[in-house]
Design a protein around this ligand. Structure first.
Ligand code: PGA
Length: 252
């Protein structure tokens, strides 16, 4: 099975409405002939709808950066998976390290969100990754396994194949310290083994595993060339048309 490269831009809490639309328009035009990769952008929730409208009839899908796990009700400030689906959102990033570490999100919460996203027909991009001190202590795989087991608890093999996993070593996010292609490949291969052990070989071969953490137009091609790296989740370098395009063009 060949897995299509998937490049997603995580805009985080950046840009204005006009800057979002300008970026979306620029990407729409310049990706019109891209065939080697699936592409998505994940704007702040308030810009999801206008960006989705701007990207209609383009090669770019839209993702949210978070979702709440309940369907509706008295949950002030939250947004449901159905609401995201309703406005044309395709993907949702779950368990990003900034949500885990700054906002206190646990794997149990990520798991409830994963179930809710799948039930609404959204594709979850579930993030896992170790802190610097965990890598230095030699427990990277253990940490990633705990996040993997927790985040996908109770998910069927069929649903698992719909999910995307993003391996994002926390020490590489926004720091300019990218993992070497070998470091990324090692953890990606370990994650694929975890999927195989729990869901079987077919599911493991189907699931796309993105790398994230200081990916840019200079280092993308080498990382994406690794056999178990199926794409990138890009923060900073997704905020400019040319740098994001350079990453997309790194997909061969
Ligand atoms: P970065 O962020 O590319 O700015 O390191 C990646 C991410 O957090 O998804």
């Amino acid at each position: 099975m060949t897995r299509r490269i998937f490049i997603a831009g995580n805009w985080k809490m950046n840009l204005t409405l006009s800057a979002s639309l300008e970026l979306a328009e620029g990407l729409k035009q310049k990706t019109a002939n891209v065939t080697a990769a699936d592409v998505a952008v994940c704007p702040p929730s308030v810009y999801l709808q206008p960006v989705a409208a701007a990207l209609r009839n383009s090669n770019i899908k839209v993702g949210a950066q978070n979702v709440y796990f309940e369907k509706n009700g008295a949950f002030t400030g939250e947004i449901s998976a159905e609401m995201l689906k309703d406005i044309g959102v395709t993907y949702v990033i779950l368990g990003h390290s900034e949500r885990r570490n700054i906002l206190g999100e646990s794997s149990e919460t990520v798991n409830r969100k994963t179930h809710a996203a799948l039930a609404a027909g959204l594709i979850p991009i579930v993030c896992v990754g170790e802190l610097l001190k965990e890598r230095e202590a030699g427990v990277t795989e253990e940490v990633v396994r705990r996040q993997f087991d927790g985040s996908f608890s109770g998910i069927s093999a069929e649903d698992m194949t719909k999910c995307v996993i993003a391996y994002e070593p926390v020490w590489a996010i926004g720091t300019g310290k990218v993992a070497t292609p070998e470091q990324a490949e090692e953890v990606h291969a370990a994650i694929r083994k975890m999927i195989a052990a729990k869901y079987g070989k077919d599911a493991a071969e189907a699931v796309r595993i993105q790398y994230g953490g200081s990916v840019n137009d200079k280092n993308a091609e080498e990382i994406l060339a690794k056999p178990n790296v199926d794409g990138a989740l890009v923060g900073g370098a997704s905020l400019k048309v040319d740098s994001f395009l350079g990453i997309i063009n790194g997909a061969k």
